[in-house]
Design a protein around this ligand. Structure first.
Ligand code: CTP
Length: 408
């Protein structure tokens, strides 16, 4: 997700994962943010101010009672002039101090003085992380509106295994973007389909396509950041489950249709970004089939159309489809908009530079009954937000009929 025009204050505290903080700064800047850094004294045992200053492109602040620094980077200026604060890694010590409102260094002072949202990424030894006092402190910060990013599980620097690892920089960027995103979809339950499907000939062979799932996953992450409850039905792809999203992995078109039919009942918005196979082998062998002499023919049958058959049209439900084309893009997309009774279709020419499969950008045209809007080359994250802006606008036109609103 993008952070253009936002200023992020990164607080780095003294855990071993502090050595990853220059990577976090880079990822935040790549997402478009200006990054100001505050280092605690013990963090400087793991990473130097010079390293962070170099990647941040501006001076970093370390001491509260440094007169030169205070005149150049005042603690009230830091507290007032940032859009969001990320503490990564957050030690048990800073979590405890924050939870009782202590202010004995620059970072904790800024935390008390700020009105910006705060995102905390605890990273520490598994036994410390699971300690009831640490959990109580984190829960307390949560009740005060601080957003806690759960640590990853795995091998820890201390030799133990378990939760305590600092998540990847991309996960931290998403958490920061979510903290500053407009919460205009809180009323919605959004179901997103993503990725390809696999149609098996036998236990080891299948028909599939080049979809990477990136567009659908970007939509799911963006919708969650904007406050929606999100269910992501994903065909086989290598992307990790997005945080704050209920991800259901499926294999074939039939699987996807059944899952969407079941899970889609509560959806107020359905966004079908999956590249669903239109045909599957008419028979699926139970054993691996052996090579036969000479040419062979494969008999195919149609798969269910997920969006046309599994998504019931309810009053107020907004349904968005995709049309990945190689020619007559707009005309073909309009045909699908009508045939599948969609509210909006996202059309793209997959042969255009920067569009289509396995890239992080896309060039799309948004088409609905009122007309079409061609967007420039954008990151898939930005395309996701543009689609969701349209969904929010469609919802504004028919607010009363949104299904599920009363029961939430
Ligand atoms: N779609 C679907 N289930 C299918 C086929 C397509 O849900 N079996 C959805 C896609 O997720 C997309 C939209 O329908 O949102 C259009 O997909 P596309 O493959 O372009 O359309 P088709 O109906 O398959 O048309 P064609 O293959 O003739 O281009």
């Amino acid at each position: 997700m993008r952070l253009d025009g936002k200023t992020v204050l990164l607080g780095v505290t003294g855990g071993i994962a502090a050595y990853k903080s220059p990577e976090v700064v880079r990822a935040l800047r790549q997402a478009g943010a200006r990054v100001r850094v505050v280092l605690t004294r013990s963090a400087q045992e793991f990473v130097t101010p010079l390293a962070l200053q170099t990647v941040a492109g501006e001076p970093v602040a370390a001491e509260l009672f440094d007169l030169t620094q205070e005149s150049e980077i005042g603690h009230i200026d830091l507290a007032d002039n940032v859009d969001v604060i990320l503490i990564a890694p957050a030690t048990a010590n800073v979590v405890a101090k924050a939870a009782v409102g202590m202010a004995d260094d620059l970072l904790t002072t800024v935390l008390l003085a700020t009105r910006a949202p705060v995102v905390v990424a605890p990273a520490m030894n598994v036994h410390m992380y699971e300690n009831a006092l640490v959990q109580e402190n984190l829960a307390k910060l949560g009740t005060h509106g601080w957003q806690i990013v759960q640590p990853d599980s795995g091998a820890l620097a201390c030799g133990y295994e378990g939760p305590g690892r600092l998540p990847d920089a991309a996960v931290l960027v998403d958490a920061v973007a979510a903290a500053v995103a407009p919460k205009d979809l809180v009323q919605e339950t959004v179901l997103v389909t993503a990725g390809p499907t696999r149609e098996y000939l036998d236990p080891v062979r299948f028909l599939s396509n080049r979809s990477s799932g990136k567009m659908g996953f970007a939509i799911a992450r963006a919708a969650a950041a904007r406050g929606a409850r999100v269910v992501l039905v994903a065909g086989p792809c290598s992307l990790p489950d997005p945080r704050a999203v209920e991800t259901i992995r499926v294999d074939s078109a039939e699987d996807m249709a059944a899952t969407v039919g079941r899970e889609g009942r509560r959806a107020t918005v359905v966004i079908a970004a999956a590249a669903v196979a239109d045909y599957r082998p008419a028979t699926r062998e139970t054993q691996k089939s052996a090579k036969k002499k000479g040419a062979s023919r494969l008999a195919l049958e149609e798969t269910p159309d997920v969006v046309a058959t599994a998504v019931a049209r309810k009053p107020g439900r907004i349904v968005v489809g995709f049309a990945a084309e190689t020619s007559d893009v707009e005309e073909r997309a309009r045909g699908k908009l009508d045939r599948k009774a969609l509210d909006l279709i996202v059309a793209n020419d997959v042969t255009a530079e920067g569009a289509g499969f396995d890239v992080d950008t896309n060039v799309v045209t948004l088409i609905d009954a009122s007309g079409s809007e061609a967007l420039p080359l954008l990151s898939k994250d930005d395309v996701a937000d543009a689609i969701l802006d349209r969904v929010a606008r469609l919802r504004a036109k028919r607010p009363e009929s949104a299904p599920g609103r009363k029961n939430r």
